[in-house]
Design a protein around this ligand. Structure first.
Ligand SMILES: Cc1ncc(COP(=O)(O)O)c(C=O)c1O
Length: 385
């Protein structure tokens, strides 16, 4: 049996994979089992922030791996404490809870918002407003938070306490807050899985002001938008607002699993010893890798992300066959006359990996993709469009 057959026979059938076995990579180049080269415009769905097998990251990870791979959260470790300090210093948040994935981080944020409210107002004020077309994860609570019916089908009953507002419609958020006992509003700065749709600045600012006036916690899901992806360290930074809580994962670890809940002043003590936890959360190897990523997300790198994003938009926005380009920085969605998946398949054939989101082609390259590869890949993408 070849690897495709073994996978199909033994791995749960939850993914629709492209027919490629990737075996190695360096930066933004990946190679399959036959030696064919691909330029990677997907970075493992916004995970490999500095591309494949990045030397700095490998050194940070292997150095820690050779010292101590895991301790449990009963003891202190240096990488976990230092990563939390760096995250707080760069965002103004006060404390960090570490988990292993985006969904787990969002679960932590939901728990923190509810507990903040219980401690201050008593039981009952527990509803979270999220947005239609959002995506917050695959666990039952984060599926319930996800404002897309398609993801809910066949998995009920769900945890209660989630209601869905229209994105970019402040009145819709306010009405739901007035009609329910709301403790938090949670949203993605750019709806990723929903089709790479950025929120409007005016909407985000109105929601932030309303939340502050009503002691409702403003929560950003930065699982995909975080860690430099949009051209700011975190996506909310484009909007001139400060969240009470935000979550991140994906690109923070650079390829190892990590999720983080960042808690601001209001929520920093919402979770106490024994109220939440995770066996692997704050794992020293993952945290050592994450430090090496965060340290390299400098103002210069962010400027480069914005410049490369603008280059892609300019190349594509008026190109024949393209209807629109959406997104921020190096998180872009391209609506074409052809379905996104058809273009992704054609790109694969010609040695470029792109993703899709709904009907769009989705582009999420490494933050440091070299210009020569970016130009080559966008040229091929244009041919396929
Ligand atoms: C905005 C957002 N939130 C949450 C998740 C879930 O993250 P994970 O798959 O790491 O649980 C994703 C994954 O795509 C995401 O894009």
């Amino acid at each position: 049996m070849d690897i495709f057959e073994i996978d199909r026979q033994y791995v749960a059938n939850t993914y629709k994979r492209f027919p490629v076995e990737l075996v190695r990579g360096k930066g933004s180049e990946l190679f399959d089992a036959s030696g064919k080269r691909y330029i990677d415009l997907g970075s493992g769905i916004a995970v490999n922030s500095f591309g494949a097998s990045d030397e700095v990251w490998i050194n940070a990870v292997t150095r820690q791996l050779s010292k101590l791979q895991h301790t449990s959260n009963l003891y202190y470790t240096d990488p976990c404490a230092i990563l939390a300090k760096k995250l707080c210093e760069r965002t103004g948040m006060k404390k960090v809870f570490f988990g292993n994935s985006g969904a787990e981080a969002n679960e932590g944020a939901i728990k923190a918002a509810r507990r903040y409210s219980v401690k201050k107002y008593g039981e009952g004020r527990n509803v979270i407003v999220t947005l239609k077309n959002s995506f917050h994860g695959r666990t039952l609570a984060t599926l319930a938070a996800t404002g897309q019916d398609g993801f809910h089908k066949d998995f009920g009953p769900f945890p209660e306490g989630f209601v869905y507002a229209d994105a970019n419609d402040f009145d819709s958020v306010r009405t739901l807050c007035e009609e329910n006992q709301v403790c938090g509003v949670m949203m993605e700065p750019v709806q990723g899985e929903g089709g790479v749709c950025p929120l409007e600045k005016d909407f985000v600012q109105k929601v932030a002001a309303y939340c502050a006036e009503n002691d409702i916690l403003l929560i950003f899901d930065e699982v995909q938008t975080g860690n430099g992806r949009t051209g700011e360290l975190y996506g909310y930074m484009h909007f001139g607002v400060t969240p009470d809580i935000f979550t991140t994962a994906k690109g923070l670890g650079g390829g190892l699993p990590i999720g983080a809940v960042l808690l601001g002043e209001k929520a920093e003590n919402a979770l106490e010893a024994g109220t939440h936890g995770s066996t692997f959360g704050g794992n020293p190897v993952c945290c050592a890798g994450a430090i090496s990523i965060l340290d390299r997300i400098t103002p210069e790198l962010l400027a480069e992300v914005r410049e490369k994003g603008a280059y892609i938009v300019n190349e594509l926005k008026e190109y024949p066959g393209v209807k629109s380009v959406s997104g921020m920085g190096l998180m872009l969605g391209v609506e074409c006359e052809k379905p996104g998946i058809e273009i992704a398949n054609a790109c694969l054939e010609k040695g470029v990996l792109v993703l899709t989101a709904k009907t769009k082609v989705r582009i999420l390259p490494a933050l440091n993709i070299p210009w020569e590869f970016l130009r080559e890949a966008i040229g091929i993408l244009k041919e396929c469009i």
